[in-house]
Design a binder for this molecule. Structure first.
Ligand code: 0O2
Length: 259
């Protein structure tokens, strides 16, 4: 970009443009630092929510629907590339307004039903606003990509007050995740020009991974049915223990006249 074009874009009219450009660049850096910071904090909030859900499921249902969680803040380079692709001015205001996936969290679940359960539990929280849901599990992309994409917005609490920050949460099964990371690697290796035989193999792998997901889900439901019976026995046992202790308390209170 020529100096005059830069001055026109930034609106700098100072008689000493060099000083003005340096101070503008410093301001830009501060603004971008702030954007990165807000996005890091928003990720912390989402990770805490996911961790609480995971612990609650474990404690209350003795079951963990979440296998693992990863997160990332988009790098400045990747933000600028996306801005250029979308035809957005590379200013902090335009980036805040148009790029909503600077903060990303990926939750990997064991089973398809868990992905929807986790999405429901996360999006029904009071401080979470759902901006968009893309269900690529029900409607996979033509290449076979499957995942739930939920764009949420939640407040982070800074010393200056609350700031709403969008976070893209991707929720998928282990099989979907395995497929997506391999596809991503292949796509990057061939810089988007993937040979057709590999595209076909990937599409076939996506179909097989879907079958695997469905089979695993069926197996899990069967095993879960048996576990429910065992849980019921445990509850009965706990009740008997509670009854026994109540009985003993009553006997202590009423003495030997109590049977
Ligand atoms: P990264 O490095 O994961 O952040 P856009 O969000 O505008 O770029 P789109 O298609 O409207 O594009 O958004 P969408 O459908 O919500 O997908 C965005 C993200 O989903 C991507 O992020 C990928 O992480 C993932 N994704 C989408 N489609 C595919 C796919 O076909 N294969 C794989 N492996 N991942 C996919 P980024 O920003 O591209 O990359």
């Amino acid at each position: 970009m020529s100096e005059s074009a830069f001055l026109e874009l930034t609106g700098i009219t100072s008689e000493d443009p060099t000083t003005a450009i340096v101070s503008f660049a410093r301001q830009l850096r501060r603004d971008f630092d702030r954007i990165q910071m807000e996005n890091e904090f928003a990720i912390d909030e989402v990770l805490t929510k996911v961790s609480i859900l995971r612990k609650e499921f474990l404690r209350m249902h003795r079951y963990n629907p979440i296998e693992h969680v990863v997160s990332r803040v988009k790098t400045a380079e990747s933000i600028f590339k996306k801005a250029a692709r979308l035809g957005i001015e590379p200013t902090p205001e335009a980036i805040r307004a148009h790029i909503k996936d600077i903060a990303g969290v990926r939750v990997t679940c064991s089973f398809i039903s868990d992905t929807y359960r986790v999405m429901e539990a996360l999006t029904s929280q009071e401080d979470v606003t759902v901006l968009q849901v893309k269900d690529y599990i029900a409607n996979p992309k033509p290449n076979g990509y499957k995942s739930l994409h939920v764009l949420i917005e939640l407040p982070i609490f800074l010393s200056t007050g609350p700031v709403p920050v969008p976070v893209e949460v991707q929720i998928r099964t282990i099989a979907m995740d395995f497929w997506a990371s391999l596809e991503h690697k292949i796509y990057y290796k061939y810089e988007g020009e993937v040979p057709s035989y590999l595209v076909e193999t990937l599409t076939e792998a996506a179909r097989q991974s879907e079958q695997l997901d469905r089979q695993m889900e069926r197996l899990y439901e069967e095993v879960r049915g048996h576990e429910h019976d065992a849980d019921h026995d445990d509850e009965l046992m706990m009740d008997e223990q509670t009854l026994l202790s109540l009985w003993n308390t009553a006997r202590d209170r009423f003495g030997s006249s109590f049977p």
